[in-house]
Write a protein that binds this ligand. Structure first.
Ligand SMILES: *[C@@H]1O[C@H](CO)[C@@H](O)[C@H](O)[C@H]1NC(C)=O
Ligand SMILES: *[C@@H]1O[C@H](CO)[C@@H](O)[C@H](O)[C@H]1NC(C)=O
Ligand SMILES: *[C@@H]1O[C@H](CO)[C@@H](O)[C@H](O)[C@H]1NC(C)=O
Ligand SMILES: *[C@@H]1O[C@H](CO)[C@@H](O)[C@H](O)[C@H]1NC(C)=O
Ligand SMILES: *[C@@H]1O[C@H](CO)[C@@H](O)[C@H](O)[C@H]1NC(C)=O
Ligand SMILES: *[C@@H]1O[C@H](CO)[C@@H](O)[C@H](O)[C@H]1NC(C)=O
Ligand SMILES: *[C@@H]1O[C@H](CO)[C@@H](O)[C@H](O)[C@H]1NC(C)=O
Length: 396
């Protein structure tokens, strides 16, 4: 018997019976609602006890099957008027005859009519616009949206709203019309409202960040890194609309970024601090349209340059060639890297030179002073006898 009960066929039959019998059992009222009514928060809401109800009969109202009702009055014809209803007045209302039999029930939902939406559009390439919106005032009610899009002097085209009802997208045949208008209509049980948003496509254009950022050391070159990346996947028309890229890098822990701009998808950095791990990031912008926005940065990628084995004699050789390359080839690289070690060495040297110059001048001036004193003393010694002679020769 146990085996029989748990057999799949039997379980299916039981499930089917319970499913098909369920609703008919519930016909004796147990909270089922026959009507849905919407109302504005803060307003007076009138609930009628159905059309069939004899208006001379007195009725009793229940809220969520309880006798406590929100602030209300009952009209002479048995209608319930909820006064300045707030959120707590929502729920299921039922009216019953004085003999207790169920007459009618209503589910009440309260909210606000649609108002202005906050619309945000994005454009990851020249032929695609994606817009999303949020309510500026919570309406609390389910809503539907439809949206349209048009260039100046064009006819409205639909902006296709997705199932979530929170976004729409337009595929543009061309970018030629710079100014566009987006209209989004929100409709709920209490009304509808259309929000208009003026869009300037050349300012809106913002590529997605580059992909597959790779930072690799170059063997034999302790001051170089090879950085490479790919176009974002949403930027398919590489030849028609090239991107240019900003590469930003620094030794780990430094607060100063160095940067370089390039329209290829890889670059060798020549001014890498020897023996230091660096962090590198890249972002993209439409090459032609300087009004357009930079993409977000890629995530930081961390890598260190190639390092020589300490005992190898080759080290100095590679360093030298590398240094000469640095001078000739990294001219396009704008660097404001201040706290590097090279600069530290330079600072020390300048300090030493200053110090020796200081010592030298001090010693020199000391000698000078001493020499001058001696000269003056000699001079004084010579002058003294003559003054004595003068005094002697003066008439008294
Ligand atoms: C109102 O009735 C519906 C079924 O019609 C039920 O799902 C819902 O939970 C009820 N609400 C309250 C607050 O009792
Ligand atoms: C609601 O009804 C009350 C009493 O009838 C009235 O004084 C009040 O002004 C009404 N409020 C609104 C918002 O209509
Ligand atoms: C809602 O209105 C009732 C009166 O109907 C009042 O007692 C209650 O405090 C109000 N609730 C809020 C959150 O305003
Ligand atoms: C949404 O649809 C309604 C009814 O079809 C129409 O009147 C309205 O213009 C549409 N709104 C937008 C923004 O397309
Ligand atoms: C840098 O890396 C890219 C991609 O891996 C590669 O195509 C390029 O040849 C490398 N450059 C150098 C100088 O090795
Ligand atoms: C533009 O971006 C959208 C969304 O990422 C993408 O589906 C579409 O293929 C892209 N179009 C082109 C031409 O790159
Ligand atoms: C950056 O990293 C975060 C988490 O580490 C990841 O969710 C995100 O997708 C990454 N972004 C890019 C552009 O790779």
């Amino acid at each position: 018997m146990r085996g029989l009960l748990s057999s799949p066929v039997c379980l299916t039959v039981i499930w089917f019976l319970s499913w098909s019998l369920g609703p008919s059992c519930a016909q004796i009222w147990n909270g089922e609602v026959s009507g849905l009514q919407y109302g504005r928060l803060g307003s007076n809401i009138t609930l009628a006890c159905g059309k069939s109800h004899n208006s001379r009969m007195s009725v009793m109202w229940l809220h969520n099957q309880r006798k406590e009702l929100p602030w209300h009055k009952v009209t002479s014809d048995g209608k319930l008027v909820l006064l300045e209803a707030n959120q707590s007045a929502q729920g299921n209302y039922s009216c019953h005859s004085d003999r207790g039999s169920h007459l009618h029930s209503i589910s009440l939902m309260l909210g606000h009519p649609p108002a202005q939406l906050n619309v945000l559009c994005q454009m990851p390439n020249h032929s695609y616009v994606h817009c999303s919106w949020v309510e500026s005032v919570n309406t609390f009610l389910p809503a539907k949206y439809n949206a349209s899009f048009r260039g100046s002097h064009e006819t409205w085209k639909p902006c296709v709203v997705d199932v979530s009802q929170k976004h729409c997208e337009v595929i543009l045949p061309a970018f030629w019309q710079v100014y566009h208008m987006l209209a989004v209509t929100q409709t709920n049980a209490l009304g509808s409202h259309t929000t208009y948003d003026r869009i300037k496509l050349d300012k809106l254009l913002k590529p997605d960040p580059p992909r597959f950022l790779k930072v690799e050391q170059l063997e034999g070159f302790p001051r170089r890194l090879n950085v490479s990346w790919s176009y974002p996947s949403s930027w398919a028309r590489l030849d028609a609309y090239p991107l240019h890229f900003q590469i930003s890098y620094r030794p780990l822990g430094s607060i100063y970024w160095s940067e370089t701009f390039i329209s290829e998808t890889s670059v060798v950095l020549y001014d890498i601090l020897e023996g230091h791990v660096h962090e590198v990031q890249v972002r993209a912008q439409d090459l032609v349209n300087s009004d357009s926005q930079w993409s977000e940065w890629t995530n930081l990628t961390i890598a260190g340059p190639w390092e020589a084995e300490p005992e190898e004699a080759e080290v100095t050789w590679t360093y030298d060639t590398d240094a000469s390359y640095t001078d000739s080839e990294s001219t396009s690289t704008k660097s404001h890297n201040v706290d590097s070690e090279d600069d530290g060495d330079l600072g020390l040297m300048i300090l030493l030179i200053c110090f020796s110059v200081f010592i030298f001048t001090t010693v020199l001036s000391l000698f000078l002073v001493m020499w001058m004193r001696r000269r003056r003393r000699k001079h004084n010694a010579k002058q003294e006898p003559s003054s004595v002679v003068k005094m002697k020769s003066m008439p008294i």
